[in-house]
Design a protein around this ligand. Structure first.
Ligand code: KG4
Ligand code: ZN
Length: 358
């Protein structure tokens, strides 16, 4: 287990408002807390990753996740305050992820947030995890650069989600379409497993792909019917399975050293996934007449996706914005950031705020 910490460079301040929010995030397998001023200036962001606890199981085990959040939450909150150089008395409001996610995980962050809000008499804001991922793509930028980023298209691409949204503002986001089967990150994780690479699969497949030829194997690419936006990754995943095991899909997976073209498989798989993501996103941007695309979620760390989306978007006059890699994956800065806008819109919650898996 490792605890990563960082403080982002200071950004332009909105002098008129001075709201310091403490953000708390425990929806999946990272315990995170952050202090953010005015929804933009990240004073601290602490993320405790449980990846090593789940790696032996090849995926997140909800029971283990909930217990680990319970062990870490108070220390992570303390570290976030300490690194911001602030005591709890300086905080103006608490923002917490209350949906969607693993119930046993969400409840830990939610209970901590409610307790702090009640004891300090602070406003409480419930934040939608996916909407916060979208917000992350704008929060590290100079205001002039992103003005006006809305309305825009948002692609959220993670281990649990691959979906397109139309964002009218920070807090008005409507779904346009999603994957019909696996999330892109889930496909990365499954292919990593097939190639004998460690969990989480995205970074390890991507690292191996750098040594391979993305044009070596032509894996199938899903194209939607052009009406409702949609993605699909199960066809690519099955094609990789047949490629590695031969035509007998029930045959055992050969040991990694007996897959001669492992790097080419990784590169060709990554190339196919990126192509599907970029093609459908940019087609939707054209159809919806949107000139900015925000890309967020763990898979937005992927270098090939960042490069191809940026270049192909520019070809059609569209601007693609990504968070820096630390803010693509789960973090609490995005929760405090979006929480600020919800607070300004009076979208505060009571102590009956509930956790929801959806
Ligand atoms: O957003 P996230 O941290 O958690 C949720 O799923 O909500 O995303 C984690 C996912 C994992 O499936 C992981 O394999 C993938 O993001 N991922 C990547 C990369 N880094 C993380 N996928 C492809 N390339 C990467 N560099
Ligand atoms: Zn996430």
């Amino acid at each position: 287990m490792d605890t990563q910490t960082w403080t982002a460079p200071h950004l332009k301040r909105l002098e008129s408002v001075n709201d310091l929010l403490l953000g708390i995030e425990t929806s999946c397998d990272e315990t995170a807390a952050a202090v953010v001023r005015n929804g933009r200036e990240i004073l601290s962001s602490v993320v405790h990753s449980q990846a090593s606890l789940h790696a032996v199981h090849g995926g997140v085990v909800p029971e283990i996740a909930g217990r680990s959040h319970l062990e870490q939450i108070l220390s992570v909150i303390d570290q976030a305050l300490e690194q911001a150089g602030l005591g709890l008395e300086a905080i103006d409001a608490i923002a917490v992820t209350n949906r969607p996610g693993l119930i046993g995980s969400l409840l830990v962050g939610l209970s901590a947030a409610k307790t702090l809000a009640w004891t300090r008499g602070l406003p409480l804001v419930g934040v939608h995890h996916i909407e916060a991922h979208v917000y992350a793509a704008t929060m590290e930028r100079e205001l002039s650069e992103t003005e006006p980023p809305y309305p825009c298209l948002a692609l959220v691409v993670s281990g649990g989600h691959t979906a397109l949204y139309r964002a009218k503002s920070e807090i008005e986001i409507e779904p346009l379409g999603a994957t019909l089967d696996d999330a892109a990150g889930e496909a990365f994780d499954k292919v990593a497993n097939l190639l004998g690479l460690p969990y989480p699969g995205g970074p390890s497949v991507s690292r191996l792909a750098e040594q391979g030829d993305p044009g070596a194997i032509r894996f199938p690419r899903y194209r939607s019917d052009g009406e409702r936006p949609a993605f699909s990754f199960s066809g690519i995943k099955t094609a990789v399975l047949y490629h590695v095991r031969g035509q007998d899909a029930l045959a055992p997976t050969p040991p990694p050293e007996l897959i001669p073209d492992r790097a080419d498989v990784a590169a060709s798989f990554e190339g196919a996934v990126v192509d599907v993501l970029v093609e459908e996103t940019l087609r939707t941007a054209r159809k919806e007449g949107l000139e900015t695309v925000l890309v967020a979620g763990g898979v937005a760390c992927n270098r090939r996706l960042r490069k191809e989306m940026t270049a192909r978007a520019a070809d059609q006059g569209v601007r693609a914005l990504f968070p820096s890699p630390s803010y693509c994956t789960d973090n609490a800065a995005m929760i405090a950031g979006l929480g600020f806008h919800l607070l300004r819109a009076d979208r505060t919650a009571g102590l009956d705020l509930d956790a929801s898996p959806r």
